[in-house]
Design a protein around this ligand. Sequence first.
Ligand SMILES: Nc1ncnc2c1ncn2[C@@H]1O[C@H](COP(=O)(O)OP(=O)(O)OP(=O)(O)O)[C@@H](O)[C@H]1O
Length: 370
Amino acid sequence: MSVSDPDILDQARRAIASIASPDGAILGQSPCITGLSVNGGRISVSLQIAPGEHEAFMPVRDAIEAKLRQLEGVTSVFVVLTADSPAPAQKSTSMPPKLTAAPAKTKPLASVRHVVAVASGKGGVGKSTTTVNLALAFRALGWRVGVLDADIYGPSIPTLLGLTGKPTKGQGRSLLPMQAYGLKAMSMGVLVDPETAMVWRGPMIMSAITQLISDVAWGELDLLLVDMPPGTGDAQLALAQGTDLSGAIIVSTPQDLALVDARRGIAMFNKVNVTTLGIIENMSQFICPDCGSSHAIFGQGGAQAEAMRLGVPFLGALPLSMALRSASDAGRPILARDPDGPLGLLYQSMARTVMGALEHEAGPQVTVRH
Ligand SMILES: Nc1ncnc2c1ncn2[C@@H]1O[C@H](COP(=O)(O)OP(=O)(O)OP(=O)(O)O)[C@@H](O)[C@H]1O
């Protein structure tokens, strides 16, 4: 008989209560455990620590993981250490939040040449679909590529890449990335219950994601694409500020509203000195599958005009395509089947432009005008 989540939670509480924290107090009597939840056998634990205590708490984190993994019914354990004070909540209509003290950047992974964020000012513009197909385009051009799904609010990379099961443990405390269509992939969605993650504040998200970047045994990669949570609030800012990014790609639809959001995204990356490698206009026009006629349902060329205005490279426009949607939603990305088809070539041309910018170390300096 399988063990229920409430039973696992109960056992988990007892299992970690006796673990000693660095100051000698046991965790059962310490306020540092700020979150403990179980969903489908996946345990998430959050520990609030003081700045500078990270190293001292690593053995505690290892001990928690080791104890919880032994419990019956547990499929994965994810422990987050967070040392930052919460950033103020942001309304989606406001400009990017003001920077507080900059956290130390996550150490660049020696085996990963470039880490690039794929971001959007608002949700539902096709950021994850674009991330996956772009990753496959880079792969078709010969790069070794990983995809990290940091969109904890709506992790869709497992669906888009047809990932099933759980990641397996590598050496030490590392996790082996999952594999699909020649890409390495890891998603917060397979490790952390989205309901738990929903209540995380910016610094906790940042802490979880940077931990994920460094805990996964990515191996040698030319590029790690990070599918960011949509928006430009404190979580996104913390991520952009704390991850050692080579650059960012902004996905937008042509509508004015989405463009306003995309502009905020660029302003956010600009603020933390991350180069915007370019804007992609998604769902640019609808090509009728029956007659082949083209309709600009959301307008057209908005992102291109905006890119020009802001002095950011325009990477290209992707049509609103039923084939793209149905292939993505079925977990068989169109680029995996047909990398040299019309859509494949479009993605490849965008990937080539980004490759050029990355290999030459720099895009233009972006100045945002409002
Ligand atoms: N060019 C396109 N043509 C047709 N459908 C698309 C296109 N791009 C994305 N979609 C569809 O739009 C929906 C949303 O896409 P996706 O999940 O990639 O967006 P997102 O910006 O990552 O969303 P979220 O912000 O919720 O994470 C999906 O059903 C996807 O298949």
